[in-house]
Ligand binder design. Structure first.
Ligand code: SF4
Ligand code: SF4
Length: 356
């Protein structure tokens, strides 16, 4: 008799045991959906079943007490099922419209804003930061909290021209990805090398190969094997710091923040786009990052006022042109901004060969 193949213990786990029963029953068989109010999605299945999903913002990095509180709300006011969206919003599903308002009331009372659907500013996608990653130059969650406190009303309303996705990334490698407006760490000085530690901690060939502009060379320093950086070539990307922590690039004064605009992942109404840098060298200024918030809000509200219906930020900039964008947003334009990587094939290390 044929043997059953042993399951491969990797990949995405099967989500079906955790789905709300109405979602499981009607999986892939939905007729239409609409949005009765901001923060609520209403799905109607071909079977006639209806589901209301209530979306609330969370802080993404949650302690166990907050998760228990959300689960208690799900048990008491919803039907015991929740799911998280990719932007760290939580959704509660109910199959009875009478449960929607009490659920919204309970979430609001517990401090979770209901919104983030349709043409709102959705929760900022942010990277793990110091909690979970080894190379951050700032606290992504802190900048998100400070900014979302100011954009709270844009989360609970749906009156932007189109949806607005924001992101923050706490290193230049940028696992936050493309966004309409993104806040990204920007190192402005080459790494400082602690030569006493390099030989013990770093795999030097791996570090040399990591540099995108071939600025790192092996070197003997004080009789010990170490590394040196050609500072004229270094573009301060920070890629050498993860495999070699003694090449410290984070600096309270010289690690800054930059703002990028016009990224989009979706194919809706236009092709995906890469974002471009529009402001740089902003101070990394916790706990409220006021200089960053001011520019993000200026860009956001200029877009809100000036864009046509259904234009994403990238479509709006495309229509008015970059010079007008800088004028309208009161941002200075310098030659260092809007790098679109034309010419990167010639000046970046795109092969696995080491060149000196
Ligand atoms: S943005 Fe960079 S530092 Fe922050 S979590 Fe992602 S990879 Fe780590
Ligand atoms: S990896 Fe980046 S930061 Fe490190 S030396 Fe090369 S260019 Fe400079």
């Amino acid at each position: 008799m044929a043997q059953m193949r042993t399951p491969i213990e990797s990949g995405v786990p099967d989500n079906r045991p955790f789905l709300h029963p109405a979602l499981l029953k009607n999986y892939g068989r939905w007729r239409y959906h609409d949005r009765p109010r901001p923060g609520v999605l209403h799905h109607v299945a071909h079977s006639g079943d209806e589901v209301w999903s209530v979306r609330a913002g969370t802080q993404r990095q949650m302690d166990v007490y907050t998760i228990r509180k959300l689960c208690d709300i799900a048990d008491q006011y919803a039907e015991g099922h929740v799911r998280f969206t990719i932007r760290s919003n939580i959704e509660f599903m109910v199959s009875d419209p009478a449960k929607v308002e009490p659920l919204i009331g309970a979430l609001t009372k517990a401090g979770f804003p209901v919104g983030g659907t349709g043409n709102s500013v959705s929760m900022i996608a942010h990277t793990q930061g110091w909690l979970h990653c080894d190379i951050p130059g700032t606290d992504a969650s802190g900048a998100v909290k400070a900014l979302m406190d100011e954009l709270y009303t844009e989360f609970i309303r749906e009156d932007m021209p189109n949806r607005v996705h924001l992101s923050t990334s706490c290193c230049e490698i940028n696992c936050g990805g493309q966004a309409d407006i993104a806040i990204i760490v920007q190192h402005t000085k080459p790494p400082k090398i602690n030569h006493d530690l390099v030989a013990n901690v770093c795999e030097r060939p791996a570090v040399v190969a990591r540099c995108p502009v071939a600025a790192i060379r092996p070197a003997l320093v004080n009789g010990k094997p170490s590394l040196e950086v050609d500072e004229k070539k270094c573009i301060c990307c920070g890629a050498c710091y993860p495999p070699c922590p003694p090449m410290q690039i984070n600096d309270p004064e010289h690690s800054k923040l930059a703002i990028w605009v016009g990224g989009k992942n979706s194919n809706a109404r236009g092709k995906p786009t890469f974002m471009k840098m529009v402001a740089s060298g902003l101070p990394n200024n916790p706990p409220r990052w006021p200089e960053v918030s001011e520019i993000v809000k200026k860009i956001l509200y200029t877009y809100k006022e000036d864009a046509r219906s259904w234009e994403r930020v990238s479509d709006w900039v495309e229509r008015i042109g970059w010079p007008r964008f800088f004028e309208k947003c009161d941002l200075p334009f310098t030659k260092y901004l809007i790098d679109d990587w034309r010419g990167s094939r010639a000046n970046l290390n795109a092969s696995t060969h080491i060149r000196f």
